[in-house]
Design a protein around this ligand. Structure first.
Ligand code: PEP
Ligand code: MG
Length: 534
């Protein structure tokens, strides 16, 4: 009997295929051999894992290659498995010894004072699982077969990157969030993804139909549902191919209105394969992902921002300061145990609490800005004081650079409009530009949490109340001559683009994989035709 499970839409598109479930290897057991065979088994598994990751790293570039390079270095470091080998000597099975030794190692990284090391804990967990997979004879490289629906509690970036998504496939997660690193990768590579289906992930079997736009997973789909999904997916693929042919053409509506299309970036690797000529710049850089392991490292951040600016040439690159908090916790930086993290300390509120970390980021942006046309954007601004205190800090950093003779450029300072109170009072903010964060604006305006599958149907960006706020901000832009763009996911959704343009939006910023389709959707809008009104 067909059954539909509802989750949270994380990456649009239709996926049809067999389930491939990634169960938790750490929970498995293995019969112990003698000390010699267990030592040999572990040593073989570690070497095999190192070779696999090295192969994977060689096929990647940029940040993805760096993450995997670190894993290879760890696996090749003899010290890593020393403790596990010692446990085997005491009679432990190879998997048990490895698990135990890695748990201590991961704990050590997690409790480090250094953000960089804390962030590496996830890489260690990844290494642990890959070695376990080798021990259990499961080929990690085969563990994500082409065209399958990967079902898991959560997925790591390296697992995503190890799969070949060119032959289709999709992702369904028990946990996860649309703003997770892996969701960003999925959107950038147009892999359909539904997250947050809860414990149901454990019992999924048989063929599935995944609707990544609606956040729906159909279990045991009827022939009719499969046919419908295939038709929908075939249509989408055809539309995409057609749209890709015109990706370099400007996005002008039927009535001749030019709409800017920029790109959202969470990792430098997002830009692989995207011709800069296809976009009007970078409208949003989610730095909490781009430099999440370099919170305290000014030089590393400068290098990443400079790389973005160099990619963009003279086109604008909007660098959003850290938007941690809410569903993007950062250990040692965000506040644990808030009763409602989305209504608590996030975005610029946190930056102003951690001025040392904030200044490192501002300094890095100022330094990198000599390489192109950077703009700084503050997330979660609520009161004009948020903007003014941030501006003071920015100017203080600039003054230090002037005094020290450090080359730099002062970028424009703008704000995200994602708090309803700001959307209704943009004139209170002395910002150089505004970018509407429709994801958060919608969740706050409709009181429907982004991380809550149960309330997802109320989180409607086309609710007249939300559109009225968007229109209000757009009018303010026209009246003041300041740029207003929209960088939430709605900007890349062909189903709502028409309504956004009618509300006055004239610039959107979308995931890299959605640029061509967004431009095609814009070209189909006729702003002079009354009947198209929402
Ligand atoms: C938004 O809220 O719409 C936005 C673009 O920011 P994020 O999704 O990163 O919160
Ligand atoms: Mg937001």
């Amino acid at each position: 009997m067909e059954r539909v499970i509802s989750g949270i839409a994380a990456s649009s598109g239709i996926g049809i295929g067999p389930v491939f479930s990634l169960s938790d290897l750490t929970g498995s057991a293995r019969t112990a051999g003698d000390v010699r065979s267990e030592t040999a088994a572990l040593s073989f598994a570690v070497k095999k894992a190192a070779l696999e990751v090295a192969e994977l790293a060689a096929a990647q570039e940029g940040e993805a290659a760096e993450i995997l390079g670190f894993q290879v270095a760890m696996l090749e470091d003899e010290a890593l498995a020393e403790e596990a080998f010692a446990l085997i000597e005491t009679g432990a099975a190879a998997d048990h010894a490895w698990n135990k030794a890695m748990a201590v190692e991961i704990d050590g990284y997690q409790s480090s004072d250094d953000d960089y090391f804390r962030a590496r804990a996830a890489d260690l967990a990844d290494i642990r699982d890959r070695v376990l997979a080798a021990l259990f004879g499961v080929e990690a490289s085969r563990s994500l077969p082409q065209g399958s629906i990967i079902v898991a509690e959560d997925l790591k970036p390296s697992q995503f990157l190890s799969a070949d998504w060119t032959g289709g496939g999709a992702i369904v997660l028990g946990q996860g969030s649309p703003s997770s690193h892996v969701a960003m990768l999925a959107r950038a590579r147009t892999v359909p993804m539904v997250v947050g289906i809860g414990e149901a992930w454990r019992s999924l079997s048989g063929p599935l139909v995944v609707d990544g736009s609606a956040g729906l997973v159909t279990v045991k789909p009827s022939d009719e549902t499969v046919l419908e999904a295939k038709a929908k997916s075939g249509d989408k693929a055809r539309q995409r191919r057609e749209a890709e042919k015109q990706i370099l053409e400007p996005s002008v509506t039927k009535d001749g209105t030019l709409i800017k299309v920029m790109v959202n970036v969470a990792a430098l690797s997002d830009l692989e394969g995207l011709n800069v000529e296809a976009v009007d710049g970078v409208g949003l850089t989610r730095t909490e992902f781009l430099v999440e392991q370099a919170l305290h490292d000014e030089n590393a951040q400068t290098a990443d921002y400079a790389a973005l600016l160099q990619w963009a040439g003279q086109k604008p690159v909007t660098i959003r300061t850290f938007d941690a908090g809410g569903d993007k916790p950062v250990k040692g930086y965000t506040v644990d145990g808030e009763s409602n993290p989305f209504l608590g300390l996030r975005g610029v509120r946190l930056s102003l609490m951690h001025k040392d970390v904030f200044k490192i980021q501002l300094r890095a942006i100022l330094r990198a800005s000599v390489h192109g046309n950077a703009k700084i954007m503050l997330p979660m601004v609520t009161s004009p004081a948020d903007l003014e205190i941030a501006r003071e800090l920015l100017h203080a950093c600039r003054d230090e650079f002037i005094a020290g003779g450090v080359p730099h450029t002062l970028p424009q300072l703008g704000i995200m409009v994602e708090v309803p109170a700001v959307a209704l009072s943009p004139d209170m903010f002395d910002a150089a530009f505004y970018s509407i964060g429709s994801n958060d604006l919608t969740q706050y305006a409709t009181a429907a949490g982004r991380d809550n599958a149960a309330s997802a149907k109320w989180a409607d960006v086309t609710h007249p109340g939300v559109l009225a706020m968007i229109a209000h901000v757009a009018r303010h832009g026209v009246a003041t001559g300041k740029e207003v763009s929209l960088c939430g996911d709605a900007g890349g959704d062909p189903a709502v683009i028409g309504q956004l343009l009618r509300a006055g939006v004239r610039a959107v910023s979308v995931a890299p994989g959605l640029v061509a389709m967004a431009k095609a959707a814009i070209r189909a809008v006729d702003l002079s035709a009354r009947e198209e009104a929402a």
